[in-house]
Design a protein around this ligand. Structure first.
Ligand SMILES: Cc1ncc(C[n+]2csc(CCOP(=O)(O)OP(=O)(O)O)c2C)c(N)n1
Ligand code: SF4
Length: 313
């Protein structure tokens, strides 16, 4: 049983994701990995589907994990983790393995969780494997040079959604809401939460809760990407906080059919305050921003964030 972490002061000192990796300066997903590894501790196996948190961390021929890690295809993180979990179970049953059963954690990008990897994720949860599946959401296919994924926001520039005369907003589609897709229709699922690197203690506690349940858990972590979103490397945490404060990303746990909000907002900031900090939204016109604001208002209402968006002066 992993204990609740009451504060930053009481957070474990030990690092299981150590210095030395070719991630960008200010990389949000790298911080998400560090916090996840810290919360999970030594008895852990990581599964890394292809993406920045595989390629950037292991370039070249090395890796920053103090615990076992295995590469998976971007298509099959959930299936590889299922196999590892099943192998430990059967070896223990046959008395060929006597140690403690390790935590198995998939650390997948949004492509590897929400798009190309969704089928294997759903299958893993359906079969009830005791695995924590984490999506680190940097809102694009980043490692391949920033292409649109289903979590890329409406209106965001990517190399697959450039703004032009025919499509002035860049990306026309609104994002897929994976925590809610996973939360429904999977009877074996034990825990769903969203988290943000802007709230590290909350994030680590959700990781621990997800590992403590017996059965599958899914945590969707928003992790800003300075390269893809085009903001300065020292603004990553500010961006993570603004995402939550504007309601662009909602922080909650979903258990027994109910949303429990993790952060109490007195008011929301308008999405425009978030968009103007990132060059990926620089081409947006007022009508696009209005459309995005209406979408965010509806998303917030869905989970019970009822406070209005009020401009800060
Ligand atoms: C089956 C398959 N299709 C495409 C690729 C090419 N590819 C390598 S990394 C990557 C991007 C992964 O995106 P995501 O999962 O969001 O992680 P990120 O790079 O953003 O961290 C892609 C498409 C691949 N490796 N395998
Ligand atoms: S492109 Fe984004 S996710 Fe990838 S290493 Fe750089 S900051 Fe991190």
């Amino acid at each position: 049983m992993l204990e609740r972490i009451p504060s930053i002061k009481k957070a474990p000192d030990e690092e299981y994701y150590v210095p030395g990796h070719r991630t960008c300066a200010g990389c949000g997903p790298a911080l998400a990995y560090r916090l996840t590894a810290k919360a999970a501790g030594p008895n852990t196996i990581f599964v890394g589907p292809t993406g920045c948190m595989y390629v950037a961390n292991t370039s070249y021929g090395c890796g920053p994990w103090r615990v076992p890690w295995i590469h998976a295809q971007i298509t099959n993180g959930g299936a590889v983790a299922s196999g590892i979990e099943a192998a430990f179970k059967v070896l223990a049953r046959k008395k060929k393995y006597q140690g403690e059963i390790p935590h198995v954690i998939v650390f997948a990008g949004d492509g590897g969780a929400v798009d190309i990897g969704l089928q294997a994720l759903s299958g893993m949860i359906y079969r009830g494997h005791d695995v924590l599946f984490i999506c680190y959401d940097n809102e694009s296919y980043a490692n391949t040079g920033i292409q649109t994924s289903p979590t890329t926001p409406y209106g965001a520039w990517t190399t697959f959604t450039p703004s032009g005369p025919k499509v002035p907003e860049g990306k026309k589609l609104f994002p897929k809401d994976n925590p809610k897709i996973i939360a429904h229709g999977h009877p074996e699922l034990k825990y769903v939460a969203t988290a943000s690197i802007g709230w590290p203690v909350d994030l680590m506690n959700k990781v621990r809760k997800g590992l403590n349940v017996e059965g599958p858990a899914y945590i969707h972590i928003q992790a800003p990407c300075p390269k893809g979103w085009q903001f300065p490397a020292d603004k990553t945490i500010e961006m993570a906080k603004l995402a939550v404060e504007t309601g662009m990303f909602q922080l909650y746990e979903y258990e027994n059919g109910e949303y429990k909000l993790s952060v109490k907002l007195e008011k929301r900031k308008p999405v425009a305050e978030y968009l103007k900090m990132q060059k990926r939204f620089a081409h947006l016109k007022p009508e696009h921003i209005e459309k995005l604001q209406a979408f965010v208002d509806a998303k917030c209402a869905e989970v019970g964030i009822m406070v209005p968006a009020v401009a800060s002066v």
